[in-house]
Write a protein that binds this ligand. Structure first.
Ligand code: FAD
Length: 492
């Protein structure tokens, strides 16, 4: 399917996806390209998407973004993990931290040593052996040498778009304000040729990036790519978002608070808090979900609560003909583990690596789609894990989630961990220690541990665990409070 060279890239939509794509392409390979981004102020952006994972640092390094400047501009804070409250059971909490827990040995992960210590009654909580978790619950933060403390960010989504827009425009991206009315395709190939705006302006191009959010104007409305529905595994279909004033120094973690019909987020920025609730409309009305959210926020409302509807799943192909869907146009995964911006970043970087400068080939498309699918399905399974494994049976929603069928690969992971305590990372996937932290955090304790642990006497094991724990506490004690670090590094 080779066609002409790609010289002009048209980006439809200027939310987080559109501006991340524009900034990255313009900064890295934009020298010989014509890049145009069309967006509509009248339509606006989704306005949420404020919690990230550590990989965003790599994206910023690629773009040579100054970290302090980025945090100042986006009123950002640091994030060491997510505190899952009432998930394992009502009144039981755990923190999924970004770091690695304990020390592994060549044959067996740290969890095997912890399991025996737990069985013998001298091990603490699994998280006691993780530096990021301990720093988070003590609200301490600093940047340690050699990525000694893994972190991500909380940021203002709207400001992030503006921040990236500046970079993209400085690198030559042309922004067009206007509403896309029609997508014109070539009769023979079905490739997209031109976007026609409501003001009559025509924008033609060689490669089109659909960043139009849930509208999916190019990939779906024009190309009819199809959508794979995953709502039988992730039944939530609604969210309500509201911003409030801060009432305390920002925590260095996101809060995820389970409700009888879903969960609520709290994302602390330097100057305000982003709040929201994700729920399944089969189990609660929008009005009752709104009351539950407003009944559990602190500070004064800065915005009116806004309902957002979604269907969990992914577009059958992210790259179809000469169109690549990025962001909400490519699918939706609820923000439980803050994976969406990461998936945007992965798609953008993949496009940079596989940029079709000499024309679009079906082989490129297949490879690209296969890699994207793997990432989406892995993130999906990790999110499903939280709903499947827990001890809550207090509401029809949680009861349904416990009983539901789950993807085969996930069922295998859970069963393997349950029987043997083993977890393996596949294809360099995103989550590593996280699988263990969340399985244990959600209440799944393996039935056995690796025999190599028995090479240690009980006394040796006790000393080994105590040593890791005291090293962790020693480092945490030296760290400044999160707020103090922000005030010195990136005040607004
Ligand atoms: P949008 O922000 O919707 O942007 C679409 C763009 O297309 C806009 O510029 C719009 O003007 C333009 N457009 C649309 N139609 C037209 C038209 N006809 N003509 C011209 N322009 C048009 N992700 C995370 O990583 N972390 C989180 O914590 C997180 N929280 C979330 C919470 C909720 C409730 C939701 C719904 C999502 C969350 N996400 C999160 C996902 C994240 O918000 C999105 O992945 C991210 O904002 C990208 O959105 P987008 O750019 O694809 O779409």
């Amino acid at each position: 399917m080779k066609n002409t060279q790609v010289k002009k890239v048209v980006i439809a939509g200027g939310g987080t996806a559109g501006w991340m794509a524009a900034a990255a392409i313009a900064k890295t390979i934009g020298k010989h390209l014509d890049i145009v981004l069309v967006e509509s102020d009248e339509i606006g952006t989704v306005g949420v998407g404020e919690a990230t994972i550590p990989t965003l640092q790599y994206f910023h390094q690629l773009l040579k973004i100054n970290e302090a400047e980025f945090l100042k501009e986006t009123h950002g804070t640091f994030k060491l993990g997510i505190n899952f409250e009432h998930w394992r059971n009502i009144d039981e909490h755990y923190l999924h931290a970004f770091g690695v827990t304990g020390n592994d040995c060549w044959a067996a992960g740290f969890q095997h040593f912890w399991l025996k210590g737990r069985e013998k009654g001298f091990a603490g909580d699994f998280g006691d052996y993780c530096l990021e978790r301990e720093a988070a619950i003590n609200n301490k933060f600093a940047q340690l040498p050699n990525n000694g403390l893994n972190y991500a960010y909380h940021m203002d989504a709207t400001r992030y778009g503006q921040f990236l827009r500046k970079i993209a425009e400085q690198q030559g991206t042309k922004r067009v304000e206007g509403k896309i009315d029609q997508v014109v395709k070539d009769d023979k190939t079905g490739f997209i040729q031109t976007l026609v705006l409501t003001n009559g302006e025509h924008i033609s191009g060689d490669l089109f990036l659909d960043c139009t959010g849930q509208r999916a104007l190019l990939i779906e409305e024009a190309l009819h790519t199809g959508y794979e529905d995953w709502s039988h595994w992730l039944p939530s279909d609604s969210a309500i978002a509201v911003q409030t004033t801060s009432t305390e120094a920002p925590k260095a973690y996101t809060r995820s608070i389970a409700h009888p019909f879903g969960w609520q987020w709290r994302i602390p920025l330097q100057n305000r808090v982003g709040n929201g609730i994700v729920y399944c409309s089969k189990y609660v009305s929008d009005e009752d979900a709104k009351s539950a959210l407003l009944g559990n926020i602190e500070g004064d409302k800065l915005t009116e609560p806004r309902v957002i509807k979604f269907k969990t799943g992914m577009r059958r192909k992210h790259w179809n003909k000469n169109c690549i869907a990025i962001g909400l146009s490519s699918g939706f995964l609820e923000p439980l583990e803050s994976t969406s911006i990461h998936l945007i970043q992965q798609t953008v970087v993949r496009l940079l690596r596989m940029f079709p400068q000499n024309g679009i080939s079906e082989n490129d498309i297949d490879e690209f789609n296969e890699q994207n699918r793997f990432e989406w399905e892995t993130a999906r399974d990790f999110i499903i894990l939280h709903y499947k494994v827990h001890n809550r049976d207090d509401s029809p929603f949680w009861h349904h989630c416990r009983q539901m069928e789950i993807p085969e690969k996930l069922a295998h992971r859970i069963q393997l961990f349950k029987e043997t305590g083993r977890v393996f990372r596949k294809n360099n996937e995103l989550f590593d220690d996280s699988w263990m932290q969340v399985m244990i955090g959600q209440g799944l304790i393996p039935e056995s541990y690796h025999p190599i642990v028995d090479n240690m006497s009980d006394e040796e094991l006790k000393r080994f665990l105590a040593h890791i724990k005291s090293n962790v506490s020693g480092v945490v004690n030296q760290l400044p409070p999160h707020q103090a670090f922000i005030e010195q590094f990136c005040p607004t």
